[in-house]
Design a protein around this ligand. Sequence first.
Ligand SMILES: NC(=O)c1ccc[n+]([C@@H]2O[C@H](COP(=O)([O-])OP(=O)(O)OC[C@H]3O[C@@H](n4cnc5c(N)ncnc54)[C@H](OP(=O)(O)O)[C@@H]3O)[C@@H](O)[C@H]2O)c1
Length: 193
Amino acid sequence: METVIVDFPAVGLTGRVVVVTGASSGIGAATARGLHGAGTHPVLVARRAERLEQLSAELGGAVAVPVDVTDPAAAQRVVTAALERHGRLDGLVNNAGVSLHGSLLDTDLDPYSEVLRLNVVALLGLMQAVVPAMRAAGFGRIVNVSSGTTTRFAPPGARGLCLQQGGGEHARLQHPPRPATPRTAHRAGGRRP
Ligand SMILES: NC(=O)c1ccc[n+]([C@@H]2O[C@H](COP(=O)([O-])OP(=O)(O)OC[C@H]3O[C@@H](n4cnc5c(N)ncnc54)[C@H](OP(=O)(O)O)[C@@H]3O)[C@@H](O)[C@H]2O)c1
């Protein structure tokens, strides 16, 4: 049972067409439901076709595009499906993503590369694919879902290697105790020099 609830103000969303990646689960499914409830036509994207079909049936026959977004051809398929059904494309919620947890020394490069391909490369490819349609229409909005872990220090005692979705790679390596330096003083209420 999914408990995520996303509410959108109804203003300005009616009739819009918004691609939601990762719509088969979690935040993406909740976002698609929220958009539909606000009068928007969500375009559902993920790999698990049966889940997308179920959600499509729940949301009045929303377009479902079962693709792996790391496939270089996927982004254009998504745009084509949206334009064929609705003739327009107003928004993209780049939400499909995964986390990879592990210590610096234990993290294998192959799965790490897969995370980069999904969380960063595919996200850029989708943006590149939707922008021409948005430019042609003179309107467009893109939301890239990221993570709070990209803006936090790793907890004391932990070492954190953190990939920032949509903004490139962001790595931190931290050893306890956390050092106080002029650069970090502002976090404790001081002023950045
Ligand atoms: N939940 C949190 O607390 C949290 C915190 C920080 C950041 N986030 C970010 O929020 C986003 C959604 O997270 P969530 O918790 O809702 O995760 P989730 O329930 O695991 O959903 C992930 C979605 O991504 C899709 N996906 C994964 N790989 C894909 C691929 N190669 N091609 C197409 N779709 C793919 C999955 O669908 P299929 O398996 O059907 O393809 C699924 O719909 C992620 O980007 C995650 O990093 C979540």
